[in-house]
Design a protein around this ligand. Sequence first.
Ligand SMILES: Nc1ncnc2c1ncn2[C@@H]1O[C@H](COP(=O)(O)OP(=O)(O)OP(=O)(O)O)[C@@H](O)[C@H]1O
Length: 319
Amino acid sequence: MGGINVRGLTKSYRRQKVVDDLTFDVHPGTVTGFLGPNGAGKTTTMRMLVGLVRPDAGTALLAGRPYSDYPSPLRAVGALLDPGWVHPQRTARAHLDWLARSNGLPEDRVDAVLLMVGLSTVGDRRFGALSLGMRQRLGIAAAMLGDPEVLVLDEPANGLDPQGIAWLRGLLRDLAADGRTVLVSSHLLAETALLADDLVIIGRGRLLQQCTTAEFTALQQTHVLVRAKDQERLATVVAEAGGTIDAAPNPRPVDPDIRLVRGLSAEEIGHAALQAGLVLHELTPRRRTVEEEYLRLTADSVEYYSRPPAVRPEKSPEQ
Ligand SMILES: Nc1ncnc2c1ncn2[C@@H]1O[C@H](COP(=O)(O)OP(=O)(O)OP(=O)(O)O)[C@@H](O)[C@H]1O
């Protein structure tokens, strides 16, 4: 069995579960985005995948075996976890040479991976003189050194400029097109939705959702913003027509007459209101954006925020 198969992975620190009975699959030939707010447990999970953290319970198979079963793991699994400490005086090339030698990998891989990540011309620059984006590329080069079938990359887009992110997207797509398994963590949905085929979304160490990016995008819910002075009548009209009024806080707190209605189209609400003689002052269909859907999904998992996530201003007409 290829890919990554995670079953019941669990880890506690100081009796607090930071990864809690996590089960998911990452398929070969796809890029899978591993999403969750800060502190959700993404890094801890990835560290367990590659044997840097010992799970309290559960298993993780990479291309059919636990990481520890590989005699030469870099040939099977490439990982980018924290930027990795490199001596600041050591050049990018010397760092990769050392990694190749100490892991019994052919030294011609060094030039190949430097070329792959666009660092050929700065291979002789000292690590201390590399920009954050270049260090990130060097980390990806190191992950690719053993030409692995499985890639586990923790926040690889960190520190990359927009061109760098576009490059990363192309690289990951190419690696997946070769049939490799690519797991990429991020806390940014928009960035991940652009490069991932599948999504695994976690919060407080638990699986919130596993689906394709296309399925997640299709989850956008339609609702209708309705403004009416007579809120009681509005509630009756909506209920009788088979809709519901969203219990969520008023999307425009300054306007007490606004409600979000689900389950009915703007036309149906307008028609029902006319029949009941109810005057409406506004009727605006709107979609929850994918970003809003992600914020809603992860809202209970956010560790720290000083106030509830802001509801974006309404856009009219429909976005
Ligand atoms: N070695 C450790 N000792 C104690 N607590 C830890 C340790 N490593 C992680 N944690 C805690 O586990 C939780 C999950 O951390 P983790 O770094 O896995 O989350 P994350 O999803 O990668 O977050 P971020 O997006 O901020 O990097 C956090 O509350 C963190 O403080």
